[in-house]
Write a protein of this length. Structure first.
Length: 228
């Protein structure tokens, strides 16, 4: 029997994670994820106790304790447009990118280092859309990229001199992998060397870059528009 109060307090373990709020819990229930417990605030747990365990004032009505799914093989995340995040630090950005990918034609997420998609902030930012997309944590990202080059056009978001505006990119297949670098310094040279093309969003008024989650929406929308 699980110690569910301890799990709520920890928010995430190696095997479980917490989902907060009625809408997110409903989306979890409609997914293939395994659920160990649904907690009704006011019945199974008082609002004060829930707030104490979570560390903030909680008023969303429901919590759920779910099991983390197996890490999917690369073959399950490489059909259609894939978003690749070699090293993303902020779970809020990660969750927003997952939501953007789900809304704008993304078929899966491939992660290297960084934030967990099962972090409560990431789940909130994804609006529960984490449960609709396969998310893989690559044991060896370079190996995954090497394999993906056999089937995908790999696009790297970069401000390097070899990068072209996204408006000038014309895909030749519907198998695209979009690589977005860390929030602070972007893609490194090793990752860029595995890209078929480098692309960027033209800026104005002295702005040099966008938040990575905002950029993901623009790139994904453009890719969706110009797919053959």
């Amino acid at each position: 029997m699980i110690d569910w109060r301890n799990l709520v307090k920890k928010r995430e373990t190696e095997t479980h994670f917490i989902v907060e709020g009625q809408i997110a819990v409903e989306r979890l229930q409609n997914s293939s994820y395994s659920i160990d417990k649904i907690i009704r605030i006011g019945k199974d747990l008082s609002r004060d106790e829930a707030s104490s365990l979570l560390g903030f004032h909680f008023h969303r009505g429901y919590l759920a304790i779910a099991r983390k799914p197996r890490n999917p093989p690369l073959s399950e995340v490489t059909k259609g447009t894939l978003v690749v995040l070699p090293e993303i630090a902020d779970p809020g950005n990660l969750g927003t990118i997952i939501r953007n990918a789900n809304a704008l034609g993304g078929a899966g997420i491939l992660l290297g280092k960084g934030a967990s998609p099962f972090n409560s902030k990431a789940i909130r930012a994804s609006a529960g859309k984490l449960f609709d997309l396969p998310v893989r944590r690559a044991p060896d990202l370079i190996s995954d990229l090497t394999e993906m080059r056999k089937t995908h056009t790999i696009l790297g978001a970069s401000l390097s001199k070899n990068s072209v505006p996204i408006e000038d990119f014309q895909p030749i297949s519907d198998q695209i992998a979009l690589l977005l670098g860390p929030e602070d310094f972007g893609l490194n040279k090793t990752i860029e060397s595995h890209c078929d093309r480098l692309i960027h969003i033209p800026m104005s008024r002295g702005t040099d870059s966008l938040n990575v989650a905002s950029a993901s929406a623009i790139f994904l929308h453009k890719i969706q528009q110009c797919l053959p």
